[in-house]
Design a protein. Sequence first.
Length: 123
Amino acid sequence: MGGKNCLIAVVGNCAAGKTTLVNNLKRLGYKGINIPQEHSEIRRLWRHKKPDLLVLLSCTFATAKKRRPGFAWTEKQLEVQRHRLRFAREECDLYIVTDSLTKEEVLEQVIDLAENAAKEIQI
């Protein structure tokens, strides 16, 4: 399933980026959900309803510190988070490193994925 009818789950170590992306998707009529505590919640999500598309957002430690005032994690903690996200990395439909991208560019990549998935179904 693709297009605006698909369920797009967003995971990753970019908390603010996930929230912004999901809010922008919803504003445009897409069904987006933010997966909190991704290292423990994603497998539970699969048991109940597997999303149609899974998007994984990631950023480097330097970018996280720059974008989030008061960011208290260490580089080691961020690396542990990435390790916990390995299931999502293996299963995702789109992996985006957000360091050099604007919010609009990230949104565009996700919409392109959803719309291309819809076109593949129609063929």
